[in-house]
Design a protein around this ligand. Structure first.
Ligand code: NAD
Length: 484
């Protein structure tokens, strides 16, 4: 136990089921967003550590126990890990809340989702069937799915535990051996889940975790010649680098790069049902969610009413430390706080509502009061760029055609929601959305393990979550047998 009352992981990497320091011996401080103070350390790894992890994964896949397990045996290990995550959920949630700053209720929800990833994909591991294709007389053609081999996983700081589950679980289910580079800003729960994977009985090399900075450990993983596929979640800027590295390595990748997702409210919407979603789709995780509903498009007939309800709600929201009842915690880092504050300062749109920072929020924490801007010009920066903070852009519209045009009018395309009682409109607008997921009369930022998720254009490509993720983490082999 540390002086924070939490059991903190050592500043070590998990390679081949052994906990080892960075080969350079370097460590880096972990600051808590709650008060900006250091409270732990992680290994500050580089290319040498990544190389060791990739070698361990390669050996596990090619010649090790992991590569010899049946699909059912892999599934059982994953279910065991799921159960261990559930058993340790409260301790993991406390650690996540301290490390990432998210309110404890959100952290608890995250742990349930993380356990669910291992449950869902553990259950799916032995249910991926091949096909027989009718071909010429005298031939048998089998199509089967095979793991890529060694998969690299680079995840962000906003949902460290959930992202571990989302990215690594489907890869394991298909039989890949994995190397995870979590984000330097928040990765302690990833290390704890790594320890639970050893306890669950995963063979050496199946799950390797190397902590460190993006430009050293992350870059080394993305460029390593020994990986066969890479899954990346983070900023579009780094996403481009990952894709270039994957191209140079002739391997595939999935990119999940965020969004500027619209929530569209038509005149005939059930506003009582819509209001909590409109607010929570932004406020969840302090707006630091790739699928946050950051643009609220409101039809003219209900504009004044929705705006007044948003104002009433947002003015009561306080950014505070992660006590039991907090709904909005601090942002992840001083850098993120500055970035969000700059967007707020330069928004150039009227303020509809501004929440507050709690008077007792600890000094030095990265708290930002939530802000709703509107009416915003659809083409303005505040309505176009991903802020990644508690900032909402409200945009009025006249009719369905204009709503569709505005909703599709950014470089992103991740999630959208449509609020209307008109069944035809629900279908028309949902079909017209250029994005990967649409909610009708609802919104689901995060969660939804069963639901294929991913974007188009600047939101990235490829799909994670759902059964389809098993296809991303495998490739098809066609075997043609001439039997005469
Ligand atoms: P980032 O893209 O820099 O970091 C994400 C992950 O990539 C981290 O693990 C990081 O260590 C790693 N990384 C960084 N540079 C790398 C490199 N050169 N090669 C390989 N890996 C590298 O994101 P950030 O700087 O933490 O956040 C910046 C912005 O990105 C945010 O403000 C937000 O807009 C966006 N973002 C989106 C998501 C998402 O869920 N889509 C998550 C985090 C951040």
């Amino acid at each position: 136990m540390s002086k924070t009352g939490l059991t903190l992981p050592e500043p070590l990497n998990l390679i081949n089921n052994e906990w080892v320091p960075a080969q350079s011996g370097k460590v880096m401080e972990v600051l808590s967003p709650i008060d900006g103070k250091p409270f732990s350390e992680i290994a500050d790894s580089d290319a040498a550590d990544i190389d060791a992890a990739v070698s361990a994964a390669r050996a596990a896949f090619d010649d090790g126990e992991w590569g010899r397990l049946s699909a059912a045996e892999r599934g059982r290990l994953m279910l065991k890990l799921s159960a261990l995550i559930s058993e340790n959920a409260e301790a993991l949630a406390q650690l996540e809340s301290r490390d990432n700053g998210k309110p404890i209720k959100q952290a608890r929800a995250d742990m349930a989702v993380t356990a669910r990833y291992f449950e869902y994909y553990g259950g799916a591991a032995d249910k991926v069937h091949g096909e027989i294709i009718p071909f010429m007389t005298g031939y048998n053609v089998e199509v089967q799915r095979e793991p890529h081999g060694v998969t690299g996983h680079i995840i962000p700081w906003n949902y460290p535990a959930q992202m571990f589950g989302r990215s690594v679980a489907p890869a394991l289910a298909m039989g890949n051996a994995t190397v995870l580079k979590p984000a330097e800003d928040a990765c302690l729960t990833a290390l704890r889940i790594g320890a639970l994977s050893v306890e669950a009985g995963f063979p050496p090399g199946a799950i390797n975790i190397v902590t460190g900075r993006g430009e050293t450990a992350g870059k080394a993983l993305s460029e390593h010649r020994g990986i066969d596929f890479i899954s990346f979640t983070g900023s579009p800027e780094v996403g481009v680098m990952i894709q270039v590295a994957a191209a140079k390595n002739f391997i595939g990748c999935t990119l999940e790069l965020g969004g500027k997702s619209p929530q569209i409210v038509f005149d005939d919407a059930d506003l009582d049902a819509a209001m909590p979603f409109l607010v929570n789709a932004l406020i969840q995780n302090g707006g630091q969610t790739c699928s946050a509903g950051t643009r609220v498009l409101i039809q003219k007939g209900v504009y004044d009413e929705v705006v007044s309800r948003l104002k009433e709600k947002f003015e009561t929201i306080e950014a505070s430390d992660s006590g039991e009842d907090a709904v909005l915690g601090p942002l992840i880092s001083a850098r993120q706080k500055k970035r969000v504050e700059t967007y707020i300062k330069e928004a150039g749109a009227p303020v509809i509502a501004r929440g507050s920072v709690a008077a007792n929020a600890p000094d030095g924490g990265y708290y930002v009061a939530p802000v709703v801007f509107g009416p915003c010009e659809p083409g303005s920066r505040i309505a176009q760029e991903e802020v990644f903070g508690p900032v909402m852009a409200v945009i009025p519209f006249e009719d369905e055609a204009e709503a569709i045009r505005i909703a599709n009018g950014t470089e992103y395309g991740l999630v959208a929601s449509v609020w209307s009682r008109d069944g035809g409109r629900q279908q028309r607008v949902a079909k017209a959305m250029r994005c990967g997921q649409v909610f009708v009369n609802g919104y689901g930022a995060g969660g939804g393990v069963e639901l294929p998720f991913g974007g188009i254009r600047k939101s990235g490509h490829g799909r994670e979550k759902g059964f389809v993720a098993l296809h991303e983490f495998s490739h098809i082999k066609t075997i043609v047998t001439h039997h005469g």
